[in-house]
Write a protein that binds this ligand. Structure first.
Ligand code: FAD
Length: 305
């Protein structure tokens, strides 16, 4: 119930303006977002790297409605990749990109061209790009773009969402040599016709997908904070004889930091998804939907003012 409310709120422009106008929002956002600009995100990336963690940077913003915004998003990624390279933070840091931020809803070809420019900049910086998964209406177009990008940039990563009924099939198609696939539960409000609705069904699907990816030939990127699924992933890695360099765990910045350290101390590659930029509203609402108990954190931040 609360999850649906937060996901509905994520799409409300009026609520966005209201929340962004409340000064305390900035304090809350700091828990999940590295900061507004390149300097801040490079500093946090350095801190994480010093702790032995890999990073995937996400410049916040989705559902771009004008060509100018899409061009600005592309340019930001190209600039941050140069910044990461200049700071010696590649290849440990890569970038995560939402095609909707690059203009997918305006013109798929335009989003592809922008993604291509980012992949080229990443290759020059000695690192990679992962295409984030968004709501199910974009899945086909995103996977088609991925396939096109992989012709010239074969290490471009995919994201598959276990809550979608189609995902087991997508895992089979993508569990091939050289393929990098992030598996997550999925963060959008989706109808029953396309997505499992109960947490148990989503978890079961996650495990089925994990089995396919771990037994396949690609590079699985296990993106969850769920202790049970992390334990199952560790078990499957052992079962399918994968050494720690043959898969990785991914967690969100600000979520279960102790677990991030525990996994890294165990010799695992652990990549932190690190969002930055001013357009944090939709991202924050999705994190509250993941865990409505975080409202307690919000309430404490408000009370402490
Ligand atoms: P949950 O069942 O939500 O959580 C399990 C446990 O983790 C909770 O009990 C709690 O202890 C902890 N936890 C989870 N979330 C939080 C939180 N916000 N604050 C504090 N504790 C928390 N979704 C997409 O749709 N597309 C993407 O491209 C995408 N990329 C992602 C990349 C990464 C690296 C990660 C980790 C997630 C990504 N997601 C993406 C989000 C994902 O789909 C889930 O919404 C999110 O990860 C919560 O699911 P969970 O697997 O952690 O399990």
């Amino acid at each position: 119930m609360l999850r649906s409310l937060f996901l509905a709120a994520a799409g409300s422009a009026r609520l966005e303006r209201l929340v962004e106008s409340v000064p305390v929002s900035k304090g809350i956002v700091q828990r999940f977002v590295a900061g507004g600009g390149a300097d801040e995100v490079l500093r946090v990336t350095r801190e994480l790297a010093d702790d032995g963690l890999a990073v995937s940077l996400d410049h916040l913003g989705d559902d771009t409605r004008t060509v100018e915004q899409a061009v600005a998003a592309r340019d930001e990624y190209v600039a941050i990749l140069a910044g990461l390279h200049g700071a010696g933070l590649t290849p440990a840091a890569e970038v995560s990109v939402k095609l909707s931020a690059l203009g997918q809803r305006i013109d798929e070809k335009l989003a592809y061209e922008h993604a291509r420019a980012i992949c080229a900049a990443a290759a020059e910086a000695g690192t990679t790009v992962t295409l984030d998964a968004e709501d199910h209406s974009t899945t086909d177009a995103t996977l088609e773009t991925l396939m096109e990008l992989r012709r010239d940039f074969p290490s471009t990563g995919a994201v598959l969402q276990a809550y979608l009924r189609r995902t087991e099939g997508d895992c089979r198609e993508l569990a091939t040599a050289g393929s990098r696939v992030r598996l997550c539960k999925g963060a959008y409000a989706e109808p029953e016709s396309v997505a499992f609705q109960s947490a148990l069904d989503v978890d079961k699907s996650f495990v089925r997908c994990l089995n396919i990816l771990m037994s396949g030939e690609g590079y699985p990127m296990v993106a969850t904070h769920d202790p049970r699924l992390i334990a199952i992933a560790e078990d499957r890695a052992r079962w399918f004889d994968r050494s720690t360099g043959e898969y990785e765990f991914q967690l969100l910045y600000g979520v279960r930091s102790e677990e991030q350290g525990r996994l890294a101390a165990g010799g695992n590659t652990v990549r932190i998804y690190l969002p930055y930029g001013d357009q944090w509203y939709g991202y924050l609402m999705r994190r509250l939907a993941d865990r409505p108990a975080n409202m307690g954190f919000v309430a404490r931040a408000v009370a402490s003012r």
